[in-house]
Design a protein. Sequence first.
Length: 208
Amino acid sequence: MSKIDDIRKHYVPRITPDRANHDVLDWAGPDTQAARFEVLLRRVDLAGRSLLDVGCGLGDLAGLLRRRNIPVRYTGVDVVEEMLARARQANPNERFLRADMFHDDAADDPLGGETFDVVYCSGALNLNLGNNLEFLETALPRLLRATRDVLMVNFLRARDAARDPTYFYYRPADVLSVLHTLLDENRVEIIEDYLPNDFTVLCRIGGK
Ligand SMILES: C[S@@+](CC[C@H](N)C(=O)[O-])C[C@H]1O[C@@H](n2cnc3c(N)ncnc32)[C@H](O)[C@@H]1O
C-alpha cells in the first residue's frame, strides 16, 4: 500500500457530517489546532502576500484569515479530495488544489513550479508512515522549493510520555539536522512556547 493510501485510510473514515472539524483532522481539540495557527499569525506578517497552506484539511486556516480580515492570497493543498470538498464548501472564494506535496519528482510538481511568499504546513507530517525521519529529507526540500520568503512547519514532539504508534513524534534536533544541510543555521528558528507536545520550525529564506 502506498503512503497516500495510508493517509487516506486514516482520514477518510473520519470525514463524517457529525464530527467537528478538529476531530476529523485528528487534533486533540479546537484550541490546539488554533494554537498552531496563532504561531503563524503571531510571527509572520501575511498582509498582501501569497500563502500556501500544505495539508490544509478542511480549510480552517482560510476561514480564520477571512474572519480576521487578513488580506492574503491563500492557496490550500491536500492529498485527500474529500477534505477539499468540505474546505471548498466552507470557503467558496478560496483556491484549493489536490496535490501530494511531498512528491519528490520536481517534473511532476502539481503546483507547476509555482512559488509562494509564505509556505505553512500544520500537521501534515503527523502520521507514523514508517519512514518519517528519512522522509524529512524529501519533504523539507520540497517545501523549500515552493517557498520564496518564509517556511513554517510544525511537528508533534517526542517526549518520554506514552506515545500513540499512529503518530510520529520528532525531536527538534532531528529536524534541524536536515534543515542545516539545506539552509544557513541563522535562517532557522525553533518555536516551542505554545503547546507542550509540539514545536514549529520557522525558516526565513528571503534575501538568500
Ligand atoms: C492533522 S491534518 C491538519 C489539517 C490543517 N493543516 C489544520 O490544521 O486544520 C493533516 C492534513 O495533511 C494532509 N496531508 C498529509 N499528507 C499530505 C501530503 N503528502 N500532501 C498534501 N496533504 C497531505 C492530510 O490529508 C490532512 O488533511
